[in-house]
Design a protein around this ligand. Structure first.
Ligand code: FE2
Ligand code: FE2
Length: 317
């Protein structure tokens, strides 16, 4: 009892407890969301995008003491479940090359600068000349998760390489980009919430790794989201919902968010989670969305035009 009541120390998620109860965990989640999804930080990440168009520079990671990572740094999640979550995250992160090249193709003609940001540039023979910034930052994630796994178990692990849904254009490139972009935003949001939740359940060097992952995901989330609002300003919530949930035509059949979610929950071994784990993850999704929504409301057409100019995409749909 004494242990539960007296905090161990402070870490990146506030007070840390060896055996936190539900509300203590909840408190840690709120604390990470408050600091990493603060509106000023989200604004800063989006304002960075036009700078990255001109001069792409990967966000540097802080120094991590990999050797110090150990199982005692997992708090409030069964270690075995934590490991299955790591494997699920690895399998979702890889293979980044497939993801970046698909996104580049959807953007190529409509917005060459954003296409370069996500997927780099290619020559006439489709050979990659330069990596996109998104890829440079994301490709560190799977190796980082592998290192964490090795450190926690002493075992080597090779992530499953899933086949990526490739470029499937219809006769409406704008609608294609809209649909594709929305799913990218949803994936970055999912990764952001998962890593924030994991940050609240870890401490020490293990938490340091998750902090870097989460900062990359937030960086991409804000850039994709902000770019999307700029490019497609007249999107209603109805349309967003419809696009994410409905399977419209043969081409889009596999591009359904509910299927993706179900697959993710399976890879994360959701059924073996405790009730508290499930509830706090749901809470993270809801609370993070509320914070993002506050920021979203600050994305006025004038502000976005200052950043990116006048969008020629929206007039086409
Ligand atoms: Fe990632
Ligand atoms: Fe990501």
């Amino acid at each position: 009892m004494l242990n539960t009541l007296s905090p161990l120390a402070k870490d990146l998620a506030g007070q840390s407890y060896p055996h936190p109860h539900y509300f203590q965990t909840q408190h840690r989640i709120l604390s990470v969301i408050d600091s990493y999804l603060a509106v000023e930080k989200l604004q800063e990440r989006l304002q960075d995008l036009p700078i990255q168009f001109d001069n792409p520079q990967p966000r540097p990671w802080k120094l991590i003491n990999w050797q110090a990572i150990n199982r005692n740094q997992i708090i409030g999640i069964d270690a075995e479940i934590f490991l299955t979550i790591l494997i699920g995250a690895m399998d979702t992160e890889a293979p980044i090359r497939g993801y970046t090249q698909t996104s580049r193709q959807y953007l190529e003609k409509l917005h060459p600068q954003m296409a370069r940001f996500v997927g780099g540039t290619i020559d006439e023979d489709d050979e990659l000349l330069e990596l996109g910034l998104w890829e440079k930052e994301e490709r560190q994630h799977t190796p980082a998760l592998i290192k964490v796994y090795n450190q926690l178990t002493g075992e080597k692990i090779i992530p499953k390489l899933r086949t990526v849904r490739g470029y499937l254009p219809s006769d409406d490139p704008n609608e294609d980009l809209y649909r594709h972009g929305l799913h990218r935003v949803a994936t970055e949001y999912g990764a952001t919430c998962l890593y924030l939740w994991l940050m609240a359940h870890t401490t020490g060097a293990l938490q340091d790794v998750l902090e870097e992952l989460v900062q990359d995901e937030i960086n991409h989330l804000t850039k994709f989201w902000g770019f999307g609002v700029w490019a497609f300003p007249d999107t209603s919530l109805m349309r967003i919902g419809r696009t994410l949930i409905k399977t419209r035509s043969h081409n889009y059949q596999r591009n359904n968010l509910l299927r993706t979610l179900r697959r993710m929950m399976n890879t994360l071994n959701w059924t073996s989670w405790t009730l508290s784990n499930k509830t706090t993850l749901m809470f993270t999704f809801i609370y993070a969305m509320r914070r993002l929504w506050v920021w979203n409301n600050s994305l006025t057409p004038e502000y976005l035009q200052d950043l990116f100019g006048i969008s020629s995409l929206s007039s086409l749909i």
